[in-house]
Design a protein around this ligand. Structure first.
Ligand SMILES: Nc1nc2c(ncn2[C@@H]2O[C@H](COP(=O)(O)OP(=O)(O)OP(=O)(O)O)[C@@H](O)[C@H]2O)c(=O)[nH]1
Ligand SMILES: [Mg+2]
Ligand SMILES: [Zn+2]
Length: 332
């Protein structure tokens, strides 16, 4: 565990203790209770969520609770064991969010306090969507967590097919890419190693094999898996709530429901260019310091794309994302 993570964990623990102390003091003084906090509250970790309910874990005990708050797996919360209700969400060290697909003004938290966000993708069935990876990289940077691209179903690659070039733009910008197969076990050891001792979330399209990967990492997990529809080549949204699983090496992994599209929360269209880090050095050479690398003359980023120094697919993705009409969601 790195220094920063230890600091974060310590910070969270300290905050929990402070909250408990504050409440005890209030009770002792017989003063007015804070209206949102009931008599006895404890600190716990949210390990599972579903509509209006969740499971909170404290010292090995799991308790089903209700919640009116927008809690996410990974949240540290104050809850009332008596009323079985979550009262308060403690400050989040990191938070992976997206706009609600039905109401873009509402924030939907996918997971909280995660160290690593693994965007699970499949090469085939469903096919690879590079645009979605690019959106994830923006959302992950915004979350404060570290990115990981987990390429599943490599067992489906035919002899002579090679996806290395397709994934190269990501390795070149320093994003770890792990190729694996839940079906034949390939790449599971490097995946375990990358996640050891961290709180991680598996997120991505439906049907890419997030739950299958969890079962492959540890068959005792028994996460429910579905199939991929033959006619649409898409998953069937089998996982409906988020749930946390622990591996013996200290990796704690949150399985989440598959998504259809990923809107960007709290990222304006004008800011999108700052998330494409391969542009950074070239952008210094653009004629205009506020160059958007689209229509401006003497744009060093465009010149670098033409010279093959910036991957075309990434540049085109930038153009699409930064001009998406709703400012975020991309239909898949
Ligand atoms: N060939 C192959 N099939 C896989 C692999 N991993 C998963 N599958 C299959 O892909 C289908 C979907 O797997 P799931 O694990 O349910 O996918 P998911 O990402 O959890 O899907 P949602 O819960 O809907 O988001 C199932 O039929 C799995 O058997 C793999 O590595 N290789
Ligand atoms: Mg699933
Ligand atoms: Zn430019």
């Amino acid at each position: 565990m790195g220094r920063e993570e230890r600091k974060t964990k310590k910070h969270l623990q300290q905050h929990e203790q402070d909250e408990v102390r504050k409440l005890a003091k209030k009770k002792k003084a017989g003063g007015k209770r804070a209206p949102e906090i009931s008599d006895a509250t404890s600190a716990g970790l949210v390990i599972e969520t579903g509509a209006g309910r969740c499971i909170v874990r404290t010292e090995g005990t799991d308790l089903k609770c209700r919640s009116r708050l927008d809690i996410a797996v990974g949240d540290r919360v104050m809850y009332s064991p008596e009323r079985r209700q979550v009262e308060k969400i403690l400050p989040r060290a990191t938070v992976l969010s997206r706009p609600d697909p039905h109401n873009a003004r509402l924030e939907r938290v996918i997971a909280a306090n995660i160290d690593i966000v693994a965007n699970v993708v499949s090469l085939k069935s469903p096919p690879l969507s590079l645009g979605l990876i690019d959106r994830y990289l923006i959302a992950i940077e915004q979350s404060g967590a570290q990115p990981l691209i987990c390429v599943n179903k490599v067992d489906l690659i035919e002899p002579g097919e090679d996806f290395t070039a397709v994934l190269q733009p990501y390795t070149e910008i320093g994003v770890p890419v792990i190729q694996c197969s839940a079906a034949n076990g390939l790449g599971l050891d490097p995946l375990r190693e990358a996640l050891a001792g961290k709180l991680c979330v598996f997120t991505g399209h439906s049907g890419v094999g997030k739950s299958s990967l969890l079962n492959a990492l540890n068959p005792a997990f028994e996460a429910v898996t579905g199939d991929v529809s033959r006619s649409y080549n898409k998953g069937r949204h089998t996982t409906t709530g988020s749930k946390l699983y622990e591996l013996p090496n200290g990796a704690v992994i949150i399985d989440t429901p598959g998504i259809r599209e990923l809107g960007l929360w709290n990222v304006s269209l004008a800011e999108v260019r700052h998330y494409f880090h391969e542009f950074d050095d070239f952008a210094q050479g653009c004629a205009f310091s506020n160059c958007t690398h689209t229509h401006e003359p003497r744009c060093a980023v465009k010149a670098a794309v033409e010279a093959g120094q910036i991957a075309n697919v990434r540049y085109n993705s930038y153009l699409r994302i930064s001009s998406s009409s709703d400012g975020d969601a991309e239909q898949q």
